[in-house]
Design a binder for this molecule. Structure first.
Ligand SMILES: NC(=O)c1ccc[n+]([C@@H]2O[C@H](COP(=O)([O-])OP(=O)(O)OC[C@H]3O[C@@H](n4cnc5c(N)ncnc54)[C@H](OP(=O)(O)O)[C@@H]3O)[C@@H](O)[C@H]2O)c1
Length: 274
């Protein structure tokens, strides 16, 4: 990766992406981050050896791609700063950077309208397993984005997991599924671990088996490309243990519950967005 990637806001999600980029071969000198917290920058610099600055302006001036990684409530102040130096950036040799916003619930239109000229803008919705390189990120291109920008953006999020393209209208659905999804996974793992204890396993053994079993099943779906129904049928022998368990899941309405769960989160995302 030859791109120079900048982060405005060096919090949890920026750190996950910085770690992923370095792990996947980016040189620390290609990455620069700013933050309002001096202690945070000191930590990030010592941990990853990247360049840091207390000044957001130097991120815009020294990056090909800038990830806006502040909380949604801080995005507006960051965009005002970016708008202020747009003239300088426009006249510079490298031109305008690609702006990637990961702020949950903030539309591309909001970002584009806050800027005085048409910047290439991409909205991305990552999720927390990016911290361990197992993220799921959806991206939507803005109105002045070219294919090369999408490729650049993908290369950043592919360093921490999988990336899908969606029209922006589907971002609430993404939020309900993969954005909030890790929490659903944790609840299911915790319940399976309780179940293991219920049938006589020590807690730590039950938790390890539950988490690895779900991780393994997920990997089977992603790596074999087989439909989950086919994989389920392959492990369900006539009159066996698995079908006895599945009958209880179906009687409890597990599929309907999960569909309602995602729909409720997607509806809430619609209510909250700007
Ligand atoms: N974490 C996730 O799972 C996740 C998933 C999807 C999307 N996102 C999005 O990712 C973004 C960042 O989330 P996060 O969890 O990484 O947040 P975070 O840990 O709070 O990191 C944001 C950092 O930016 C700093 N900051 C605030 N205002 C700033 C400014 N004007 N200039 C430079 N730095 C500034 C914050 O300092 P202070 O603490 O002093 O404000 C903080 O250190 C959010 O918009 C969120 O919606 C996060």
């Amino acid at each position: 990766m030859k791109l120079r990637v900048g982060f405005v806001g060096a919090g949890a999600m920026a750190e996950a992406l910085i770690r992923g980029l370095i792990k996947s071969g980016a040189a620390p000198r290609q990455i620069i981050a700013s933050d309002v917290q001096a202690a945070r920058l000191k930590y990030i610099k010592s941990q990853y050896g990247i360049k840091t600055s207390a000044n957001n302006r130097s991120i815009y001036e020294n990056s090909d791609v800038v990830v806006l990684a502040v909380k949604p409530q801080n995005l507006e102040e960051v965009l005002v700063e970016l708008a202020d130096i747009t003239q300088v950036l426009t006249e510079s040799v490298k031109g305008l950077p690609l702006i990637v916003s990961i702020a949950a619930g903030i539309s591309i239109k909001f970002v584009e309208e806050a800027l005085p000229v048409p910047y290439p803008v991409i909205r991305a919705m990552p999720n927390t397993p990016a911290v361990v390189g197992q993220g799921a990120t959806a991206i939507s291109p803005g109105s002045s984005t070219r294919r090369e920008h999408e490729t650049q953006c993908r290369s950043i999020f592919e360093a921490v997991g999988i990336v899908v393209n969606v029209p922006e209208a589907q971002m609430d659905a993404v939020t309900g599924l993969s954005g909030s999804g890790p929490a659903y996974g944790y609840v299911i793992i915790e319940a399976l671990a309780d179940a293991g204890v219920r049938v006589g396993l020590p807690r730590a053994v039950a938790l390890g088996l539950a988490a690895q079993t779900l991780a393994g099943a997920a990997k089977m779906v992603l790596e074999t490309g087989q439909h989950p129904g086919v994989l389920k049928d392959q492990v369900t022998s006539p009159g066996g243990t698995t079908i006895a368990g599945l009958q209880v899941m179906e009687r409890g309405g597990i599929r309907g519950i999960l569909m309602d769960t995602v729909a409720a989160a997607a509806d809430r995302s619609k209510e909250l967005k700007r």
